[in-house]
Design a protein around this ligand. Sequence first.
Ligand SMILES: Nc1ncnc2c1ncn2[C@@H]1O[C@H](COP(=O)(O)OP(=O)(O)OP(=O)(O)O)[C@@H](O)[C@H]1O
Length: 617
Amino acid sequence: MHRVPSPDTEEVVRPGRINPPALLKARREWVFFGTLWKSHPGLTALWWALILLQGVLPAGFVVAVGALVGAIADSAPLVPPLVLIGTVFVLMQLLTPLHTQVGSLLGEHVSDRLHHRLLVAAGAPEGVAHLENRAHMDELAAARDFDLGMTGPPLHLSMGFIAGGLVEAVSGLAQAVVLAAYAWWAPLLVGGAWLSTHWLLRESTRWDRHTGEVLDAQRRAEYSYRLAVDSPAAKEIRLFGLASWLTDRFASERRTLVELRWHTTRLRQRPMRWAVVVLTVSGGLFFWSLGRDAASGAVDLGQVSTFAYAAVGAGALAFGGLNWALSLAADGVASVLRVERTMSSSAEARSVVSGGAPAEGMPAAEIRFRDVTFAYPGMSAPVLDGLDLTVPAGSSLAVVGGNGAGKSTLVKLLCRLYDPVSGTIEVDGTDLRDLDLESWRRRISAVFQDFIRYELSLADNVAAPGATPEEVLEALAAAGAADLRDLDRVLSPGYENGTDLSGGQWQRVALARVLCSVSTGAGVVVLDEPTAQLDVRGEAEVFDRVLEATRGCTTVLISHRFSTVRRADRICVVDRGRVVELGSHDELMALGGAYKRLFQLQAARFDDDQDGADSAG
Ligand SMILES: Nc1ncnc2c1ncn2[C@@H]1O[C@H](COP(=O)(O)OP(=O)(O)OP(=O)(O)O)[C@@H](O)[C@H]1O
């Protein structure tokens, strides 16, 4: 079964096998507490102070009650013990809600910090292969769960459980210390017995969230949820009547998670039996001894009351401290650290590495694909297979070919989202891998087939960083979207004053994004199906404008529309990962090969459509 290694697997202390040096050095719990401190030292100090204070209050209460019983038995003044009881009681009432607030606020700070680290780590690799790798996606899903809370409470809630556990631990310890006033062995016997139950039952409460089963269910549940509530899928979900199917799917995945959790965390009988034996023997010994001393008068009534309550209170030791909530929260933090490590070291994440040579002004002569072979990570069949192609600087090249021929892959390599498995892509004779990536990506701009519709303002959808409003408006006009002028309007109806655009309008906005980059310095333009959603008139008009605006740029255009393609300086036909024809429209028509066949097929269909439309009219 697939399994993401548990965070810090090599460092985790296995239940039942206590390893003191590892315990002290490398427990994920220490890392968790260190993260609290780094996230907000002030709140962390207050959180700990409140834990200590709340932890010792029950011991104070036990002592005060003992003093009251003693005072009643001795007919002594009752006011001092009553004042003490009242004070402790009021403090207990006040500190609990205060602590909840502090813990929840601290949890939010930690979540912010972890999110930031997670986003930086996932965004750091220059390529995209790490985001298509199942193991890495599982790791990211597991790490993100500190906030989503699918496999345990989210961090801001866990803080309350953890604080509760620590208060119990301190409280148990403080009451065990009270027992020392009875006999030196009493805290060892009673406290030790309760502590041993903690260790005995610890294995029963471990929840392994890193198995393939758990992560699969978690990712599927999250996906079903997003499909059900996000607007892009809303149309199809309703049209195909998938709403209840999705709800059932989500519920079933959640149920799987609950069942898996129950299965692994249910109390196992053997450790439970041992715990009962240990507690019965230790409790029996202690209370037999206390009863004997009370009968002989060695301890008075007040002391009996104090020690009896303290012995019961010491039981908190078993439930406090290293409880399940702490373990889950520490898991979350460790997962984030693990993602950071993976992203800085795994082959996929490190597959695209920046070179050092500046790319300013490139290409001045040409871009050349030299015997390029490429297969997607994890796939054996090559998508590009010994591809050779030269694109002269400042010219436009159209790439045509059947679905899955490798056209988009070609431009993804040019953008260095992946690197070739063999062969090279050279810009003015320099291997693309030797160029500084940031500088190259400033030179290249692209609108992809599946461009993103950002839920941001129109200006932010178009503008490259540093562009002025005038440049944005100019780019919109050049992309044939001069009617879109409200730059601050959010392009999503889910926001105040937000709106949505038609498919064609969105495509113009995406084109404007590219044109804006050109006005701010990009010299290589990649257009992957840029006019697929435009009507025929719009397509011709927009493409002419785009060619005008990108004059002097090196342009690579992928399109199935031959009316657009024929405008390019040169056209190449890609088939099964190789260039099979290359030339101008006229040259390829004269050649009479694949291009001509595809062109005529489309032209004939267009004529048929026109005839049909004319006769219908
Ligand atoms: N991220 C990916 N991981 C694995 N395989 C992929 C990935 N992206 C594309 N492929 C595969 O690579 C092949 C080429 O895809 P590509 O997108 O380059 O084709 P295309 O020529 O642009 O096709 P279309 O005209 O349909 O857009 C396809 O078989 C596709 O399934």
